[in-house]
Design a protein around this ligand. Sequence first.
Ligand SMILES: C[S@@+](CC[C@H](N)C(=O)[O-])C[C@H]1O[C@@H](n2cnc3c(N)ncnc32)[C@H](O)[C@@H]1O
Length: 398
Amino acid sequence: MPRAAPNVCQPIPAPKNRGDFLLVSCQGGAEAALCRRQQEILPALAKGAWRRGLVTFRLAADAKSAAQAAASVGFDPPDNFFPDLIFARAVIRSFGQVVGASDEERIEKLRLLAGHSTWDNVHVWHRDPRTNAASQPVRCHLLKLYEKSAALPAVAQPGDLVLDCVIDSIDRWWVGWHRADTPSSCWPGGVYPGVLPEDKVSRAWLKLDEALATFAVALERGNRACELGAAPGGACQRLLEAGLMVVGIDPALVADAIAADPRFEQWRMRARDVRIRMFRGFDWIVTDMNIDPKSTLESIERIVTAPGVRPAGIIATLKLPEWSRSDSLPAWLALFRTWGFQPQARQLSSGGREVCVVALRDAARRKSTARQKKSRQKNAQQSVVRRARNRATHQPDQ
Ligand SMILES: C[S@@+](CC[C@H](N)C(=O)[O-])C[C@H]1O[C@@H](n2cnc3c(N)ncnc32)[C@H](O)[C@@H]1O
């Protein structure tokens, strides 16, 4: 029987049974920091189950107490809900768990639990990304089950309705869904899919690459950037690749490959020993010093509040000596506002126990928002065309 002609302009609707839990993943160890942030911005949510790298929050229906129910009733987040939880990697609506002795058994239970036959993409990811077990065979099974091509790229497009299968342990999966929207919600498990190329001098290259992608930072060729804590030079390398003129400040030497670049200069000293007027004319202040966040913030404050120094943006790594220091994040972010910047923060999946803050002045923020909007529109148009082609031919996605 031919299927009815679909309305190709409409996105695939969300499942009718939306799931009563929010499942949020994070770096192993960051669960308490994540929950503190949730208490601050979404106090109505009640914590459900938690494991290393994963916390669930009850949304409404089967709240255990009247108080919980009263607090969260009526809270049905939008399909593309991605609250500013800073420590969250992925945020999905969860249907619950499936347990079974084999992939086949769990897939059959997943099919019944998910109860929705159409998805744009399938994300299969591990609660603990350090696990070696391969997720690809499970994704292949699920792509087949939902009549998608085995070659469908794992990175979703904004607007895609995504089935999430979270591998918890050898016999247990969590099943849920989300609507891809922000860059990190397009990545399976919110984990940056970029890898560190061999020619990069440090992992900081990948961290900066992820920060630029996460916050759609618009670096422009010819911009000037200075990095405090630059050695051995991975972040400077990424900035040079973006066409910037870069000054690296660090008592330690940067790698020869970076030092040799004609658009790079090293000031071999501590940040506080640089004369303040030397910071005039920089568009970007980047910091990645292995010191206490308070000291990093003092260094930034000294620079951005000095007369004649007016960078468009700051990209700062705040190292957390202990997770409990995340309690100070609201106060730290408030500081950026007092300096005239709008901060956004996220614990990057390629970083360690630290938080990346990207803080932009209004003009830079407008540029970044316009860039994000343009990219979303382009992706949405491409998604409509892709869906139209797939539905018209009844062929799996290409
Ligand atoms: C994590 S490493 C930086 C990695 C670097 N961003 C990269 O891209 O390879 C931290 C660096 O901060 C530097 N550092 C620590 N305190 C500093 C200070 N007060 N001023 C400048 N650099 C500092 C250290 O010498 C060290 O090289």
